[in-house]
Design a protein. Structure first.
Length: 625
C-alpha cells in the first residue's frame, strides 16, 4: 500500500500548493447555506440600495438550491426541507422583484411553509429579521431588557457573562426590541398569508425564567435612576459598545449576523441610512462575497486564518519542508495576523496580554483558542530558530494557557462564561448562543498541541486539569460530543488524539471504549459518515454514506491509539485512497456547525486537510517504521 499512500499524499500536497493565494493564505469559501444570501437581498432592498447585479447573482444561487418540492434544506438528509430556510428564500426572492407569488417556484415554496406550520415555526432569529422589516409583530417583550447592559460585572448575572457571540448578536436585538423598530419600503412584499394563526408570543411561561427575569429587573431597579435616564444611558452604552467593536472593513465583530443587526440598531438610534458607518458596514458585508460553482455566495465571515493554519501544519506534517516557499508564505501571513489588541476576553482574563489568533482575515481583536493552537502548530518549527517567530510563539503560548477555564477545559473565545443561569432564558438555541462552554473537541485539540509541540509534561497542572475535563465529558457509549464539528466523530477524534498526545495510554478504559465505539460505527465501504442530525438529537446519527472528512477523523483517531494498523484502519485508508478525487453531495456535506438545527458550515479545505493528515500519520507510523 506504501506507493499508493505516497501518491495520495503527493496529490493532496500539489492540490493545496496550487490553491494558495498570492498573500500566502488559503481563501477557500466559508459556505453556510443560503441564509446570508437571502439576508443580503433583504438588507439591500430595505435600505433601498441599488445593487442590481449583486441581487441578481444572489437570486441565481438561491434558486439553484431549491428542491423539487419547493423547499430548501440545510443539509442533504434533512428530510423534506427546512421551514426557516424556505421562508428566508421565499422572502428574499419575492423582495428581489424577480419572482412573483403566483409563479411555480414561490407557490410550491409557500405550500411547503404552510404545510410545516407557517411563519410561527421559523427560527427565533428569523422572526426578529421579519419583525425588523415589518413582516412580523415584535413579541410583547424580548427576554433581556436593554438596561441589562448597565448591570455591573459584580452582579450575579450581567452582560459580560454572555458569550462574545451572544453579546454581538443580542445587543442590537435588545436595542431594536426596546423600540419595537420596524422598517418597510414601498416595495416590501406582504407575507401575511404565511401565518397559520396570528398570536402574540408569550415568553413568560417558565417559573425559573420568571425568577431570573425578576433578578435582572431588581438589579436594574437598584441602579436608582429615573427610568427614562436609565433608558438613555443604556442606549448610549449600547451604541458605544457596537461602535468600538467595528473592524477596519466596517463589520461588527466580522460576523454577518451581528453586522446586519447592528445596521438596523444604529438606524433605530437615529442614524441615517446614508451615514458613513452604515455605508461601511454594508460594504464590509459585500466584501465577504465569494464564488462557489459559478454562483455568488455571501460568506458569514471569512476563514483565511483557520484554513491557512490548518493547511500549513498539515503540509509540514506530511513532509513539506519549512523552507519551501509555500510554508514560508503561509507562516509569514499568520505572523501578520497575530492579535495585538485587547478584546472582550480581557474582562474575564485581566492579567494576560494579547497574543492569540482569530478565525478570519478581518478579525483583529476577537481571538479564539482553536485558531491559536492551529497557528502555533504551524509556526512551531520556525519558532525554534527564528527570533521573530519565537517572540510570536511565546506570546501565543501565554495567551493560550491563560484561557483555561477553572474546570480545566478550554472554551472557544472567553474563559468562565458558562453560567447555568443563561440556560433559563427562553431564547431558541440559547445553549449555542449565550454561553461559551469548554468542550471535548477544543480541549482535546489544545492537549494535542501541548503534548506534541511543547515541553509541558503530563504532570503539568494545566495538562492534568485538561485531561480530567475531557474524561468527565465522555458519553456512555465511549464517544465524545464535538461542539464545532459534526459531531461525535469530531469530538471523539479531538479527545482521543489529545489524550494520547499527553501520555494517556491506549489501555486506559476511556480510550479503549472510544476506540471500540469508532470501530462499531464504521460503514461497510470502510469509511465513516455522520449526519448533522446528531447535534439536534444529542446522539450519534449515521449518514447514509461515508465522507472523506469523517473517515479521516476516525482513522486519525484510531492511528493515535494503536501500535499496529488494525483492519478498521486499513479499510479506512483504502476508502480515502479510492475517493480522494470524489466530488458529490458527500464532499459538499457540512462538517462544521455553529448552531444545532440552524447553522452548518461546509469547509472547502477539509476534504484535503484531514485526509492528508490521516494518510501522513499512517505512513509515518506504520509504513516507514
Amino acid at each position: 500500500m506504501n506507493r499508493r499512500i505516497t501518491d495520495g499524499i503527493e496529490s493532496l500536497i500539489e492540490q493545496l500548493k496550487k490553491d494558495q493565494s498570492f498573500d500566502g493564505s488559503w481563501n477557500y469559501p466559508f459556505e453556510t447555506g443560503i441564509s446570508t444570501d437571502c439576508y443580503m437581498i433583504i438588507l439591500l432592498r430595505t435600505l433601498e440600495i441599488d445593487d442590481e447585479n449583486l441581487i441578481k447573482e444572489l437570486v441565481r444561487r438561491i434558486i439553484s438550491k431549491q428542491e423539487k418540492n419547493g423547499a430548501w434544506k440545510l443539509f442533504y438528509d434533512e428530510g423534506d426541507g427546512n421551514v426557516t430556510a424556505t421562508l428566508e428564500a421565499y422572502y428574499a426572492l419575492l423582495y428581489s422583484g424577480y419572482f412573483e407569488k403566483s409563479g411555480k417556484r414561490l407557490t410550491s415554496a409557500r405550500r411547503f411553509i404552510l404545510k410545516n406550520g407557517g411563519m410561527e415555526k421559523v427560527h427565533m432569529f428569523t422572526k426578529i429579521m421579519l419583525a425588523i422589516t415589518g413582516q412580523y409583530k415584535w413579541p410583547s417583550f424580548f427576554p433581556i431588557p436593554l438596561e441589562f447592559i448597565l448591570l455591573p460585572n459584580t452582579f450575579p448575572i450581567n452582560f459580560y457573562q454572555l458569550s462574545v457571540y451572544g453579546r454581538a448578536n443580542l445587543l442590537p436585538i435588545m436595542i431594536l426590541s426596546d423600540s419595537e423598530f420596524q422598517m418597510k419600503t414601498k416595495k416590501s412584499p406582504d407575507l401575511s398569508d404565511l401565518y397559520v394563526r396570528q398570536n402574540d408570543e408569550e415568553l413568560f411561561h417558565e417559573e425559573e425564567w420568571r425568577s431570573l427575569y425578576g433578578t435582572i429587573k431588581s438589579g436594574i431597579e437598584s441602579l436608582l435612576e429615573i427610568p427614562s435616564q436609565l433608558k438613555e444611558r443604556a442606549k448610549t452604552k449600547g451604541k458605544q459598545y457596537m461602535l468600538a467593536r467595528i473592524e477596519k472593513d466596517g463589520t461588527f465583530f466580522s460576523y454577518y449576523s451581528s453586522t446586519f443587526l447592528m445596521i438596523f440598531a444604529l438606524i433605530a438610534l437615529g442614524y441615517k441610512t446614508t451615514h458613513p458607518v452604515i455605508t461601511r458596514a454594508v460594504n464590509g458585508l459585500k466584501s465577504m462575497k465569494t464564488t462557489i460553482d459559478g454562483c455568488t455566495h455571501m460568506q458569514y465571515t471569512t476563514a483565511n486564518v483557520w484554513n491557512t493554519s490548518l493547511i500549513s501544519y498539515a503540509l509540514q506534517d506530511a513532509g513539506v519542508s519549512g523552507e519551501e516557499s509555500v510554508i514560508e508564505k503561509a507562516n509569514h501571513y499568520l505572523l501578520r495576523k497575530q492579535h495585538t489588541l485587547y478584546g472582550d476576553w480581557v474582562v474575564h482574563n485581566p492579567n494576560s496580554f494579547p497574543g492569540g489568533w482569530g478565525f478570519s482575515n478581518i478579525n483583529s481583536f476577537n481571538p479564539d483558542v482553536d485558531d491559536t493552537t492551529a497557528t502555533l502548530r504551524s509556526i512551531a518549527r520556525d519558532a525554534i530558530h527564528n527570533p521573530s517567530y519565537r517572540s510570536s510563539w511565546e506570546r501565543g503560548m501565554k495567551w493560550l494557557l491563560s484561557m483555561q477555564n477553572e474546570d480545566g477545559g478550554w472554551p472557544a473565545f472567553e474563559k468562565n462564561t458558562n453560567s447555568p443561569l443563561f440556560k433559563l432564558l427562553p431564547i431558541e438555541k440559547g445553549d449555542f448562543i449565550l454561553t461559551d462552554p469548554p468542550t471535548a473537541d477544543l480541549t482535546g485539540r489544545t492537549l494535542q498541541f501541548l503534548g506534541d509541540y511543547t515541553n509541558l509534561s503530563s504532570t503539568h497542572p494545566s495538562v492534568r486539569a485538561g485531561v480530567e475535563s475531557i474524561l468527565t465529558k465522555q458519553e456512555k457509549d465511549g464517544s465524545w460530543y464535538g461542539r464545532w464539528g459534526i459531531c461525535y466523530l469530531y469530538g471523539t477524534w479531538g479527545a482521543l488524539t489529545g489524550l494520547r498526545a499527553v501520555g494517556i495510554q491506549p489501555e486506559h478504559p476511556a480510550i479503549r471504549k472510544a476506540s471500540s465505539w469508532l470501530q462499531s460505527v464504521q460503514n461497510e465501504d470502510g469509511g465513516w459518515g455522520e449526519s448533522c442530525k446528531s447535534d439536534s438529537q444529542k446522539k450519534y446519527v449515521a449518514l447514509p454514506a461515508s465522507t472523506l472528512t469523517h473517515t479521516a477523523w476516525a482513522v486519525d483517531a484510531l492511528i493515535s491509539v494503536s501500535d499496529k494498523p488494525s483492519r478498521a484502519m486499513k479499510k479506512g485508508i483504502e476508502f480515502l485512497l479510492e475517493n480522494l478525487e470524489k466530488k458529490d453531495w458527500t464532499t459538499e456535506y457540512p462538517k462544521g456547525q455553529g448552531m444545532a438545527g440552524a447553522f452548518y458550515i461546509h469547509y472547502h479545505s477539509y476534504r484535503y486537510v484531514f485526509p492528508l493528515l490521516a494518510l501522513a500519520h499512517y505512513d509515518r507510523k506504520y509504513e516507514k517504521s
